[in-house]
Design a protein around this ligand. Structure first.
Ligand code: SAM
Length: 439
């Protein structure tokens, strides 16, 4: 092993306390986990308590010399992979195929924020996270309304994660010693059904505005144009005084503010049961029209189009269906998909769905395949279309939880490893694309 001088710029404060290291490693519950990712393994204080417990252990280390030492040390283990990589730029997409991705790290404090952003920002395959950071940052991440450090960071993270500060750690356990106390947080995913749906980007903007000047009242920080009766009406719907400040509102109230700006008054719905579809026979010939609810309840044959959108580099955009969907909630699906309206052609439906579902305006799509109606397509005669699109994607949160661009090879690996993560109709389409159009 090569001798090593600590690099302050890389936040290299190494844990010396074996008992504490073992305890932190246990918090990720590594035993038999499909994959554990350790960020900033350094000289292996946590790693030695992680190795040989999960099916796969990935060590992400930016310092080449430390990475080399780790490679040497674990060269006899084929389930340990060392990645020489800056964790602020971590691409987690190849790990969806493992299903349950646990991430742990005694993080370099200088870049703790960007690393957390890389692993916590949806979409992410992470299912559990254990991180050591400065105590003050951990307090902000985990604070609830009224708690010390409660602010925009608490809200922006807790909209997606439950964050719990599980241990405070003094500087004496590190070498060299940091100047401040540290703490360990545990992050677990929040159930999306625990909040009503809202526009995440708008929420972020409003929270940032609201907390931009701590002492000011919220009414002076939010945009002037507040729909439906202005600030007095919004404050009253929140049940708060008009003089309220940002930090006096809970996550649920902040979500309500975003929804107010969006003009959302209805209860959330994933789809309308009253839409009318053409019903078809076993040869895909129209035999009548029935409402959506009836078509699905009775398993009547009908028509749908799926569209795969590719960017210039050949990445495909997939969407994760919202928890509000009556069929296949919270699984991954084609870029856009939908039922043909009465009398509508597949091609026209493809262009309409792209616009309605993900805000993509395209002039034409290319037909890739026809897929017969079976249980796996939900009794839909599907046409698969492809389109090229590089613009912004904008989706309705009642329909789509989140979306992401993927390399086709990553999708193929993932579909093969975990078909349960996808709508069955999508898998039929993916196989058809591989057979007919894969470059
Ligand atoms: N895990 C070890 C421990 O607990 O003793 C080391 C923790 S030390 C606080 C942070 C580690 O992160 C160092 O090994 C450092 O080289 C590494 N590191 C710093 N910046 C990084 C980055 N951007 N990406 C990946 N690792 C990084």
């Amino acid at each position: 092993m090569k001798t090593f001088a600590h690099k302050k710029s890389l936040g290299q404060n190494f844990l010396q306390d074996k008992e504490l290291s073992a305890w932190i490693a246990d918090q990720i519950q590594p035993d038999r986990a499909p994959i554990v990712v350790e960020i900033g393994p350094g000289d292996g204080a946590l790693t030695e308590h992680l190795v040989d417990r999960s099916e796969k252990l990935v060590l992400v280390e930016k310092d080449n010399m430390l990475a080399e030492n780790l490679e040497e040390r674990f060269s006899d283990r084929d389930n340990v992979e060392v990645m020489r990589q800056d964790a602020t730029l971590l691409d987690m997409r190849p790990w969806y195929r493992h299903g349950d991705v646990r991430v742990i790290g005694n993080l370099p404090y200088s870049v703790g924020g960007p690393i957390l952003k890389a692993v916590l920002t949806p979409p992410t395959p992470m299912t559990r996270g254990v991180f050591m950071l400065q105590k003050e940052v951990c307090q902000r991440l985990s604070a609830k309304l009224g708690g010390h450090g409660y602010g925009s960071l608490s809200l922006l993270v807790q909209q997606h994660w439950h964050v719990e500060m599980i241990r405070v750690v003094g500087p004496e356990v590190f070498k060299p010693r940091p100047k401040v106390d540290s703490a360990v947080i545990l992050c677990t995913p929040r159930d999306p059904a625990s909040l009503p749906v809202y526009d995440v980007a708008l929420f972020r903007r409003l929270v940032k505005m609201g907390f931009s000047q701590r002492r000011k009242q919220l009414k002076n920080l939010l945009p002037d144009e507040i729909p439906n009766g202005g600030w007095p009406a919004l404050a009253s719907s929140l049940g708060v005084d008009v003089m309220v400040r940002a930090e006096q509102l809970s996550l649920e109230q902040w979500v309500q503010i975003a929804r107010w700006f969006e003009g959302r008054t209805d209860t959330d719905r994933g789809q309308k049961a009253s839409e009318m579809f053409d019903v078809v026979d076993e040869n895909n010939v129209v035999i009548g029209q029935r409402p959506r609810g009836e078509v699905h309840a009775q398993g009547l044959r009908h028509r749908a189009v799926h569209i795969f959108v590719f960017d210039k580099r050949g990445n495909v955009y997939l969407q994760k269906r919202s928890h509000l969907k009556d069929a296949h909630p919270r699984v991954w699906d084609s870029s856009a998909a939908g039922h043909l309206d009465v009398g509508e052609s597949y091609a026209a439906c493809a262009i309409r769905e792209l616009h309605e579902e993900i805000g993509a305006v395209v002039e034409t799509t290319t037909k890739i395949a026809e897929i017969p109606a079976t249980e796996r397509t939900g009794m839909e005669f599907v046409e698969l279309h492809a389109a090229t699109y590089d613009g912004a994607i904008k989706y309705a949160p009642d329909e789509i939880e989140v979306g992401q661009w993927f390399k086709p090879a990553t999708v193929t690996d993932w579909v093969n490893a975990r078909p349960q993560d996808f709508a069955t109709g999508f898998i039929e389409c993916w196989r058809a694309w591989e057979a007919n159009a894969k470059p």
